[in-house]
Design a binder for this molecule. Sequence first.
Ligand SMILES: [Zn+2]
Length: 287
Amino acid sequence: MNDRKIPMDGLQAVGVVHAETIPKEELRFGQKACIEIFEEYACALDRFKEHTHFWVLCWLDRGNRDVLQTYSWHLRGEGALPYGVFALRSPCRPNPVSLTLVRLLRREGNLLYVDGLDIFDKTPVLDIKPYMKGDVVFSPKAPYIRPQRAEFVRRMFHKKAVMHHQEECAWLALAVRMALAAEEYLGDITDDSVSVRVRGGGCFIDTVQGLTNARFANPPRFACEGAGHCACEWTKDGMSITTVSRTDPAGHTHDEIMGMDGESLFVILFGKKDEDEGVPLRKKKRG
Ligand SMILES: [Zn+2]
């Protein structure tokens, strides 16, 4: 008997994805979709509405199963190095099983309306599993794969912020915009070498913490000054940039803040830590 062979006779789809057809690059950020659980499995959904988030495992029937190394979609092009497929979420892999964390918007019988699904229309669903409260790793170590296109960096940050803060408010938008500016100068803002000191209301502080994965201790990367005019000091290797809001988010919607030009939204001050004046940092060159 070949002990690598898994008997698949009993494996069958428990449902199917219904989703709009959108460009592949867009789909990677997830979209609203419907997961239809087939009637014969409907009772497996008993008490499911108690879960706001769950994992979806699909069989990516269009994935290439012969590929063991490929490129991150973020980094195609000259100079990009391939990754082993186990280091990526690529649909191309020996067993093309996907794993996506989605948010449940509503349930209508055996139809689960979700947000954040990155799966093509008509893809077979193999399984769904609840995301449990103990599943959180707030600051995992993971390579920073930065999309080449600024628009994708922005969407990546925004998606992460919403996953953490759980609402698209104006303060979240301001935190995303400031974090993007900090990332331009300091690189990966989730890195242990980057610390952040925040002032503002709860929504703003919460979103900055979610975006930076910065904890108060172990290592101490996060400090909070409490309420006041929204501002963030971002420090790395003794250099700091400070982003100070010029606009009160209370007077704007989330979309207005996301669309506003950076200069009217906040001012950026450069300096060495603990000094009033310093040498401006240069923007990191992106290769
Ligand atoms: Zn909020």
